[in-house]
Design a binder for this molecule. Structure first.
Ligand code: KIV
Length: 265
């Protein structure tokens, strides 16, 4: 069982093989997701909403992300472990960005994901890669810019906008990212960028033609029920499973059926 690396991910694009990315936030889930053959396990800052109940991803801090990174990294053997760097953890200055991202590597991550595009972000990426920290970029809809974008809006809708995202992706590639997440762009935009860039594209609602797909695992498991994005597919119904188990346990405790003779010392 060979560990997934930056090079094996890049090779997948060259050989035309698709790969899978899933989020995980705790040790056991990370372990099972890895055992299932997922190629990249992402400690997404989506954990702010799905695991901590915050209103959006901007509320989570670098110390919280560190705790979840440590737990996930312990559970994963084969997949690449990537920490999504939270809002303000890499935005103020380069030394702080290197320190915060480098700390995730010390805790067991194999790389980081950072959102957005600007001259400053390009410099951050260059310096992280020089430091030995692999980076995934994130373009299209970037949740940390929710307030400036003005809501959960689809990006890259016109040919001009798609060209702009492609130009940004190429610059991210030159700066050193080994893959780029494209979030909430039309399928035609995802296809256009995928066909015109040599690093893998990871679709988060960017359609079928990207090199990889990413989903929030709580959406896939049917665990998070506050809302489900159009691009997510529910493969299970963990919400019902948890409700059923908890209800049955409550009944058994109240009726004296739990614990039984087998469950006592
Ligand atoms: O926070 C997250 O989980 C993400 C992915 C869904 C791309 O950024």
């Amino acid at each position: 069982m060979a560990k997934v690396t930056v090079n094996s991910i890049k090779n997948l694009k060259q050989s035309g093989e698709k790969f899978s990315v899933l989020t995980a936030y705790d040790y056991s889930t990370a372990k099972y997701i890895d055992e299932a053959g997922t190629d990249i396990v992402l400690i997404g800052d989506s954990l702010a909403m799905v695991a901590l109940g915050y209103e959006n991803t901007n509320s989570i801090g670098v110390d919280e992300m560190a705790i979840f990174t440590k737990a996930v990294a312990k559970g994963v053997k084969r997949a690449m472990v990537i920490t999504d760097m939270p809002f303000l953890s890499y935005h103020t200055d380069i030394p702080t960005a290197i320190k915060n991202c480098g700390n995730m590597i010390k805790l067991g991550a194999n790389g980081v994901k950072i959102e957005g595009f600007s001259d400053y972000i390009l410099e951050v990426i260059k310096r992280l890669v020089e430091t030995g920290i692999p980076v995934i970029g994130h373009l299209g809809f970037t949740p940390q810019f929710l307030n400036t974008i003005g809501g959960y809006k689809i990006q890259g809708k016109t040919q001009e906008a798609a060209e702009e995202i492609l130009a940004q992706a190429k610059k991210l590639e030159q700066a050193g990212v080994f893959a780029v997440v494209l979030e909430m762009v039309p399928e035609s935009c995802g296809k256009y960028i995928t066909e015109n860039i040599s690093i893998p594209t990871i679709s988060c609602g960017a359609g079928r033609f990207c090199d990889a797909q990413v989903l929030v695992s709580d959406d896939l498991f049917g665990k998070f029920s506050d809302f489900t994005p159009k691009f997510a597919r529910k493969y299970g119904d963990m919400k019902s499973l948890i409700l059923d188990c908890a209800k049955q346990y409550n009944e058994d405790v109240k009726s004296g059926k739990f614990p039984s003779e087998k469950e006592v010392f």
